[in-house]
Design a protein around this ligand. Structure first.
Ligand code: PMT
Length: 229
């Protein structure tokens, strides 16, 4: 028989970048390809879960058996996350959400000005989606966040675990060639609270599909006791 340890669980995953409009034809974004989040969705479905994938704009096809919800901005992603998280067991924030958006996106295409060599763009903070989900008093799923860092990986990862009240953090070094943003492989340190201590599971460079399964299996060992309580 095929092993389906996530049968009966509803999993919500955010993936890809967000796009923050500057005007009708321009936006602020980042290099997330969606590969890591889509690998998690594929792995969760293969383990038997009901999977909802909230996806920023990416060039990937929808994994079989996964319900995909397309969004553009962080605000759109937050709305979809709040709605889908209500009755979910596991929420994974893999999206590279833009931390800031334009304070006032222009209604018409911004014109180049011949009389000015510089232009100032005022940005305002976007909502922190995963922190909102993790701060819920009721209907709070098990929450896994990612930490994309270019230095002091584990220190910042631990900091995000505590500050955003997450149950697990996948800390990945996005400065290493061939790993992280856009790559097919990734490496990470999984971090979770164990009483007052923080436990860790370092994962070497490997295909994102394999890392996704390791993350889910680790989460299931923490989640299963809660679920069957
Ligand atoms: O998409 P790929 O090309 O496969 O690349 C994968 C990846 C490198 C994007 C992925 O592995 C990853 O690290 N995703 C998180 C990227 C990120 O934005 O990290 P962060 O450290 O800025 O954010 C920390 C956590 O808070 C993340 O779970 C993020 O989804 C969440 N967040 C951040 C800001 C915000 N406004 N809302 C959020 O929910």
């Amino acid at each position: 028989a095929v092993e389906r340890p996530a049968e009966g669980l509803k999993v919500v995953i955010t993936a890809g970048p967000t796009r923050e409009a500057l005007d009708p034809v321009r936006y602020l974004s980042n290099h997330s390809s969606g590969k890591m989040g889509y690998a998690l969705a594929t792995a969760a479905a293969a383990l038997g879960a009901e999977v909802h994938l909230i996806s920023g704009p990416v060039a990937l096809s929808t994994p079989a058996g996964v319900a995909r919800h397309d969004v553009e901005s962080a605000d759109d992603m937050l709305a979809a996350a709040e709605r889908l998280a209500d009755d979910c067991d596991l929420f994974i924030g893999c999206a590279a959400v833009a931390d800031y958006r334009a304070e006032a996106p222009a209604e018409h295409k911004l014109k180049k000005r011949d009389d000015e060599d510089a232009m100032t763009l005022r940005l305002v903070k976007n909502p922190d989606i995963i922190a909102r989900i993790a701060a819920r008093d009721t209907r709070r799923p098990f929450v896994i966040g990612f930490a994309a860092e270019t230095r002091d990986l584990e220190r910042y990862g631990r900091d995000k675990l505590t500050r955003k009240q997450l149950d697990m953090v996948v800390a990945n070094d996005v400065s290493r060639a061939g790993l992280g943003f856009g790559a097919d492989d990734n490496a990470a340190v999984l971090l979770w609270r164990d009483g007052d201590a923080i436990d860790r599971d370092p994962q070497p460079p490997q295909p994102k599909s394999r890392l996704a399964e390791a993350i889910l299996r680790r989460a299931l060992t923490r989640l299963a006791p809660l679920h069957h309580a």
